[in-house]
Design a protein around this ligand. Structure first.
Ligand code: CA
Length: 422
């Protein structure tokens, strides 16, 4: 069976080869054992040489290499940084946030919320989602902390579960000394599927929670205002729809919708200064349109971003074409503006991680205008998913080489950071 992936490439799922029953004619004669030893030795040799040949990204990467941005035409604008592995041996770290007290919270797709504090990973997860459905591209995805987390300790999670088919929901918990408690459902029954399930969470400058949802591989849902699929949703911190959302009061429209016509958005952040909402989105994968066409959009209230009527650089009256388009696919999986002090040259630049594109993309903007863009770390760490700024101003990213489509390094998956060279 062939299906599209969040890579923007076709992925073939072969039916599992049936295993033959144990060979009952097996005889333990010495000749056979010698032969077996030779076979094992030969197999091991092949495996070791394969491991050496396919060691991409190479083990040890992320341990002090120095990298430089590529603006060679403007040497003064070049930025050098050191690569540091923060934590390794993870499983698809999907979303990273920091609490005001300096703790780093992140999700692992199989369902775990992990905490990194005082320079190390807490051994036990803070929480494991009991009803997560971890197949395909979904599982536990987004995490967001309430803007007043220091006072109210509220944590939001988005994850796939089995409902009437695969669905995504957003829940809220309060962090207590005994762990996460007081579960509250924020929104559920978001159509999902093994592919195109979203689901990024982020609070906006307006203190509303924004939720990105995929089209659940039912592309026509993205244009339907009575469906939560293929949308960016905007809700109050308790899950109710704000009265100034664009479709409030419109018949057969969900009041939570902020924008529509999205295929599978997984990155959102607001541009410092303008508060424009920038978004990254996976384009079609062959089965639902020509490959490539990954997008960066500026998302505005009530607008239609075209999917599946238009894609790539196509235009259509009443629909928005992307600000940036990537063919072949890069598979953008995140998105953030840099606001820190550690890299003054990065300030207000937009960054996102690429899965199949195995790189980070840096976009330099002047308001809505793209000034320039460049690739960072290309091919060096495999699949890159989340990109996030730490309280230290360092630029963090996560690898996604344990998601079944990568070639993991010895300690993948990892959270790695770009540290300034002083
Ligand atoms: Ca679009």
């Amino acid at each position: 069976m062939e299906l599209s992936t969040e890579d923007g490439v076709l992925y073939t799922f072969g039916s599992k080869r049936s295993l033959s029953p144990a060979d009952e004619s097996y005889r333990h004669d010495s000749r056979h054992i010698a032969e077996m030893k030779r076979t094992i030795f030969a197999t091991l040799s092949v495996l070791i040489s394969l491991a050496l040949a396919c060691g991409h990204p190479p083990p040890g990467r992320g341990a002090g290499e120095v990298e430089t941005t590529s603006q060679k035409e403007q040497p003064t604008a070049q930025v050098s940084f050191r690569i540091e592995t923060v934590v390794g041996n993870l499983e698809v770290p999907w979303s990273i946030v920091w609490a005001p007290d300096g703790r780093m919270f992140f999700t692992e797709r199989p369902g775990r919320v992990r905490v990194y504090e005082n320079g190390k990973l807490r051994r036990d997860p803070l929480f494991t989602v009991p009803d997560v459905e971890p197949t395909g591209e979904s599982g536990l995805m987004g995490i967001a902390l309430h803007p007043q987390f220091a006072a109210n300790h509220l944590i939001y999670l988005s994850y796939a579960y089995k409902g009437d088919g695969q669905r995504v929901r957003v829940v809220r918990y309060r962090e207590t000394p005994g762990g996460l408690a007081e579960r509250k459902l924020i929104i559920d029954n978001i159509p999902a599927a093994q592919f195109h399930a979203g689901c990024r969470l982020r609070f906006g400058p307006d203190d509303k929670l924004y939720i990105t949802t995929g089209d659940a591989t039912q592309r026509e849902l993205a244009q339907r205002l009575d469906s939560l699929a293929g949308k960016i949703l905007r809700v109050n911190d308790d899950g109710t729809a704000p009265s100034d959302n664009p479709f409030v009061g419109q018949p057969n429209a969900r009041p939570e919708i902020w924008s529509y016509g999205h295929r599978n958005p997984q990155g959102i952040d607001w541009q410092p200064g303008t508060n424009l909402l920038f978004e990254t989105e996976h384009g079609p994968s062959g089965f639902d349109g020509p490959g490539g066409g990954d997008e960066v959009n500026i998302v505005e209230k009530g607008k239609n971003y075209g999917w599946p009527v238009i894609h790539h650089t196509q235009t259509h009256s009443g629909m928005e074409s992307p600000l940036l388009e990537y063919t072949p696919a890069c598979a953008p999986a995140s998105g953030m503006f840099y606001r820190g002090a550690a890299f003054p040259q990065f300030r207000s630049n937009f960054f996102f991680g690429c899965l199949v594109g195995t790189r980070m993309i840096r976009v330099v903007l002047d308001g809505r205008r793209v000034v320039t863009q460049e690739n960072l770390l290309e091919g060096k760490y495999g699949r890159i998913r989340e990109v996030a700024e730490g309280p230290d101003g360092y630029l963090y990213f996560s690898t996604s080489n344990q998601d079944g489509r990568g070639t993991p390094a010895a300690d993948d998956d990892r959270i790695i950071r770009l540290a300034p060279i002083k």
